[in-house]
Design a protein around this ligand. Sequence first.
Ligand SMILES: *Cc1c(COP(=O)(O)O)cnc(C)c1O
Length: 397
Amino acid sequence: MKNIENVHPALLGSLTTPGTSEKFINFSPGPTSLPTAVEEEIAAGFQKSGLTSLALSHRSPEFLSILDHAITSMRRIMAIPDDYEILFAHGGGHGQFAAVPLNLCHDKSDIATYVVNGTWTKRAAGEAEKYCTINEIDGRDPETGMYTSFPELTEENIDPESKYIYMCSNETVNGIELFRLPVLPESRKHIPLVVDASSDFTTKPVNWHGNNVGVLFACASKNIGHPGLTVAIVRKDLLGEDKASPLCPGVFNYTINAEAENLWNTAATFNIEVVGFLMDWLEREGGVVENERRSIAKSKILYDVIDNSNGFYGTPVDNHALRSRMNIPFNIDGGNEKLTNEFLIESWNKGMVGLRTLTPFGVGEYLRASLYNGVTEDDAVYLADFMKEFVHKNKAK
Ligand SMILES: *Cc1c(COP(=O)(O)O)cnc(C)c1O
């Protein structure tokens, strides 16, 4: 975008609203706002005198109890069985794109199957290609070339020699979600599933053993905390001294970090404490079952407006069984640029931000409402009401 001085801040993705609106709702795809109660707890911590986790040594007993609390409560809330390690890594989701093949493939000739059905799985496969041999299951719609579905997993497309099968349970950009993990064909059930749950972790239960989950990871900055921390939950039989590639850096090595109980190097102390706060919040609110109910409710509020708008709003994923509850892409009047800009400016004036992120890949025609843990059902209603009003005002134009 040239001539930035003349562009309205809402069109530049500004998160600072005029301050005259009664509300502030952050629909950003991440990093984004956490639940208000968690943000208040963080703020109160800064006001306390003495040490906060920003100043605590990661070797101090104070931090050890913060770390233990984050792990124990996550294990309880997400029902993570004892044969899984909970690791806190640096490097975000992108770090895990490399860490997964580096830990699960010893040599470049080792095969890994990648289900590529959106931006993030494509990126993950591209990174893994440096360290292993990829068997790709292409999830594009053969007619449109777009990522709008999740491909069927069969004996034919899963190489039986695969060290793992990689998938993403919520493709954040494309708006495709698996509400439950896939069941593999009988003859492939021995292959561990690796799941990128960066944008849907904590919003639904995980059947760890039932779906043969080997690794599930999530960068913190969508649902559970801030950038700078990634959770990697790794089944213990995948650990072992000579399993990983000899080139795997220590900071990414699951075995080294499990043995050092997350303290091989300096842990992201403050970020881990925030995850603990979020877990406490989740437990107080009724855990994963209640959280899933909320996700269903929040997303339905918006999809109903889209589906009942007589085509004024459109969303790319037709299959209701795959429409993301986390990220709802929608266009306005088939991508009408003038109306889209008006929508962005008017909603921003009403305190709603993050509906369009300027990325290096351009803006595209779709806006996107992200409904992570920081967004309430009331917030979704506020956006839905605005969307209805906007149709009403503009349908005759
Ligand atoms: C955001 C996101 C990532 C990338 O995370 P970074 O922390 O930016 O590396 C990876 N996968 C999914 C599904 C995401 O939503």
